[in-house]
Write a protein that binds this ligand. Structure first.
Ligand SMILES: *[C@@H]1O[C@H](CO)[C@@H](O)[C@H](O)[C@H]1NC(C)=O
Ligand SMILES: *[C@@H]1O[C@H](CO)[C@@H](O)[C@H](O)[C@H]1NC(C)=O
Length: 396
């Protein structure tokens, strides 16, 4: 009898201990699951822009940050492989590639690249500081500022799988893309619990973009064909300029679409996840604007980055990291006013009027106004500037 009681008691105690242990294990697991839902609080940043709008510069501002894993235009591979399709059709493939990239699942590139590939087979890989430092390459330290030409010389042998390995060691994954023309296809990513997506929408005065597009490079023409739905046919040389206007029209339409989707009928999941930046504001006050972008995403300035950005936007430090930007950025952003013929300016204003009104770019009525440097054509953006940002501290 005594023995039986003892056994019963033991069983009861045993069951109690088991239950307690299970509760502890379960509650721990619950914590772990909710953490891994959010990928250990990783932040995924999409720099959403258009051709010739200063997005390489903004990309560098993120790429050179020691906490950031950056890829520039990974969807280039989608467009190059499926050039017979139009931009709207490709948008979904682009979105899926970006989602996988954010999650550091680089197997998505199997669809677009050959076997036995290297990191150096990836479009513009050398502008990513993360791909020029460990664990991908030992040439630079992770806290160094990298130089694309130098990186190309010393890091071009890394195996492709190293990219995935590297990606997983970073908390901020940043991708720059010019291949979206709407915000809607990105809604599923914004609502996806495995992602913590922030969108920086970078725009630029269409008249300045047009000047920059003037040099009709073959690569731009291929992209033009995809935007215009030319079914893979190349744009003929004599149609290059006309195609630039067509694409500009599409880009301006997309500015309106994206901006309105984000500010007018914005769904809740967009709150604190969308920020518009004008290139002109950025070059006028780079440190301040960049600090606002960093704050929006949760990054902080390092003294080295601060000094580097000052140098490259003020034309100092010859031979510094990025030749495209180590000039006086502010005067370059206004070069169209003296260099673009007035008829061209009128033509761009005609096709982009709606977008220019929304984005705060003032139209010129005469050649005199165009050339009058004291007339500021970039209007202040007070009313909706960073309306989502005011409560950026909210971690939700
Ligand atoms: C890597 O760079 C070196 C030095 O510039 C060059 O000789 C070599 O051909 C490059 N290799 C690849 C795979 O691009
Ligand atoms: C910026 O330029 C100054 C003066 O040339 C130089 O001393 C400094 O090291 C540069 N900063 C960076 C981060 O390159």
């Amino acid at each position: 009898m005594v023995r039986l009681t003892f056994v019963t008691t033991s069983i009861a105690v045993f069951v109690a201990i088991q239950t307690f242990a299970l509760i502890v294990i379960y509650s721990r697991q619950k914590v772990q699951i909710s953490v891994s839902d959010n990928q250990n609080n990783k932040v995924h940043i999409l720099i959403l822009s258009s051709w010739r709008s200063g997005s390489s510069f903004v990309g560098q501002v993120f790429s050179q940050h020691p906490d950031v894993f950056y890829l520039m235009e990974p969807a280039w591979h989608v467009w190059v492989n499926m050039y017979q399709n139009n931009a709207k059709v490709l948008q979904m493939a682009v979105r899926d590639l970006i989602r996988s990239t954010f999650l550091c699942d680089m197997s998505v590139f199997n669809a677009y690249m050959g076997e036995n590939r290297r990191v150096s087979d990836l479009f513009q890989w050398e502008v990513s500081r993360a791909l020029c430092s460990p664990p991908t390459c030992d040439y630079y330290k992770r806290t160094d500022l990298s130089n694309d030409e130098t990186c190309k010389k010393h890091c071009n042998m890394s195996k492709f799988f190293k990219m995935e390995e590297a990606c997983k060691t970073y908390n901020y994954i940043v991708v720059k893309e010019v291949r979206f023309f709407e915000l809607m296809p990105l809604f599923p990513l914004l609502a996806d619990p495995s992602l913590n997506l922030k969108i920086i929408h970078l725009v630029r005065d269409p008249r300045a973009v047009m000047k920059s597009r003037g040099k009709s490079l073959p690569a731009l023409m291929r992209d033009n064909g995809i935007v215009m739905g030319a079914n893979g046919k190349p744009i003929e040389k004599d149609k290059a300029e006309a195609s630039n206007y067509e694409v500009m029209k599409e880009v301006c339409r997309s500015h309106i679409q994206i901006h309105e989707a984000a500010t007018k009928q914005a769904p809740d999941f967009l709150k604190q996840r969308y920020m518009m930046v004008r290139y002109e504001d950025l070059v006028r006050d780079p440190l301040n604007e960049i600090s606002t972008m960093y704050k929006f995403t949760g990054l902080t300035f390092t003294p080295k980055l601060r000094s580097w950005i000052y140098n490259i936007t003020h034309g100092e430090g010859a031979g510094s990291a990025f030749k495209i930007t180590s000039r006086n950025a502010k005067s370059i952003s206004q070069a169209w006013r003296t260099e673009v013929p007035f008829e061209k300016v009128l033509k761009v204003q005609d096709i982009c009027q709606g977008a220019m009104n929304i984005l705060g770019y003032r139209l010129v009525q005469s050649e005199r106004e165009q050339k009058l440097s004291s007339l500021d054509l970039v209007l202040p953006l007070r009313e909706y500037k960073f309306s989502w940002l005011s409560s950026a501290e909210d971690p939700s």
